[in-house]
Write a protein that binds this ligand. Structure first.
Ligand code: EPZ
Length: 430
């Protein structure tokens, strides 16, 4: 089992390049099977979730050619199996994007039902509601969703909750339905827009992505394209919070500053300096941070995927801050670990009440999920002494070369896999 061992205390200083967005790349890879022609995708992040989805895509018979670490060619003409193996869904929920893609192209898909996960129960009723509205028979058989349609036809769909996954899955299937589909109360996240742009570059006819009403005119066929994934707003935000929490000065490069506005606004509120450039933001924390309140909301609100990172930052700010999690019910699990590092946080239901402290002290902690894991690493870098973060497999799902990028900013962090290596690190850093 791999771990991160960190000696805290160094402000992060320097420049860091952000990778492609995991949550845009996942549905784009799935959508790439919707044509029999070859699709080239660039700026893929080299992270575990992406690699597992590529295995799942190869598993149904598509041809996957990893041209290099960040580029892949996919050809869906050889698909022979319309059922996705449970092994993949277990490892990565987002394999369910193959449902919308297969359904759109073949009018048939069998995908195991994803269970809950560490951040909450995560139903997919809105995806299924959308598929049914498009004329699909959806059955749950032996733990799998069996979706089957004679013909998909356009429909007017009102989502009961704003869901990224449901918006994208329905958008994919509707792209190859007959007639016009309208998705109301659609998610507006940048990755929804990226998937729509990708599908349009394959010949789909999607309008309104990025607003809460998406209009899709179905087409019979999609075709080849070459596409580059947008930068990862959550990875960028994570480095912005890391700069703030360590009293650092970081230029976060290869980003779309507009996508980072919710994080930028909060960092300005708590006293950081944030400068925006065309494709970069610079975060400087030159004085003691101040309290604020944060509530997670669908885009353009403050992202739930940035909640643990800002909580860690606020735990080091002057005064009492309140963070409310309104998207997932179980996303404060890491708070107990943070408390072991000296944070003073009380969780009541979906609210964390944070009394800022001057310093954390290093401890042995465990990452409960992807973003919380990254937040614990930030805490370790801001703490006095040594922190060991266990279970970094979660972090590796979504951050490419996290330790390497942090080291390039001056962090003392190493990936290790034994107590002996931890000891060696301790002896080396003193
Ligand atoms: C996506 O998950 C992201 N995952 C999550 O990122 C992110 O936290 C989430 O969007 C919210 O931004 C991927 O893109 C792969 P939702 P998704 O459907 O699509 C409820 C990370 O750290 N809901 O927008 O599964 C749901 O329970 C991950 O990278 C229903 O009730 O999220 C939640 O409360 C973690 N019924 C809310 O909607 C449904 O059918 C938003 O979920 C679907 C969702």
């Amino acid at each position: 089992m791999e771990q991160y061992v960190i000696k805290g205390g160094n402000p992060l200083v320097g420049e860091v390049d952000i990778s492609g967005a995991k949550n845009a790349a996942l549905p784009i890879l799935a959508a790439a099977i919707m044509t029999d022609e070859t699709i080239l995708i660039e700026n893929l992040p080299d992270v575990r979730d992406i690699n597992v989805l590529l295995e799942a895509i190869a598993g149904i018979g598509a041809h996957v050619d990893r041209v290099d670490r960040h580029t892949v060619k996919i050809n869906g003409s050889t698909i022979g199996d319309l059922s996705v193996d449970y092994e993949y869904i277990k490892k990565i929920r987002a394999s369910y994007y193959l449902m919308g893609a297969l359904l759109g192209k073949y009018k048939h898909a069998e995908v195991p039902l994803p269970g809950g996960c560490n951040i909450g129960s995560r139903p997919i009723d809105q995806h299924l509601k959308g598929f049914r509205a498009l004329g699909t028979d959806v059955d749950i058989r032996h733990g799998a969703i069996v979706a089957c349609a004679e013909n998909l036809h356009g429909s007017h769909i009102f989502l009961d909750v704003v869901s990224v996954g449901a918006t994208i899955n329905i958008m994919m299937a509707a792209s190859m339905a007959q007639g016009r589909t309208i998705i109301e109360n659609a998610a507006r996240e940048p990755h929804v827009v990226d998937v729509a742009n990708f599908l349009n570059s394959m010949g789909a006819n999607i309008m309104g992505a990025g607003t809460d009403v998406i209009r899709i005119r179905g087409v019979e066929k999609l075709h080849r394209t070459e596409y580059s994934i947008i930068p990862d707003q959550i990875e960028a935000g994570t480095f912005m919070c890391a700069a703030a929490a360590t009293g650092g000065d970081v230029m976060v490069r290869n980003v779309i500053p507009k996508h980072l506005e919710a994080t930028t606004a909060k960092l300005l509120e708590i006293g950081c300096e944030v400068q925006e450039f065309d494709d970069a933001v610079r975060v400087r924390a030159t004085r003691k941070l101040r309290r604020t309140h944060v509530k997670t909301l669908p885009y353009p609100g403050y992202p739930t995927d940035m909640q643990p990172q800002i909580t860690v930052t606020l735990a080091l700010a002057d005064g009492t801050s309140i963070v409310t999690e309104s998207i997932f019910e179980n996303r404060f699990k890491y708070v107990d670990e943070l408390t072991r590092m000296g944070a003073s946080i009380k969780v009541e239901g979906n609210t964390a009440i944070i009394d800022g402290v001057n310093k954390f002290t290093g401890a042995r902690v465990s990452a409960p999920d992807l973003r919380a894991g990254a937040a614990l690493v930030i805490a370790g870098m801001a703490a006095d002494g040594i922190t060991v973060v266990d279970d970094i497999k979660y972090i590796q799902r979504g951050y490419e070369n996290f330790e390497g990028k942090l080291r390039s900013l001056g962090a003392e962090i190493e990936k290790v896999s034994s107590e002996k290596e931890i000891l060696k690190f301790q002896l080396r850093v003193g």
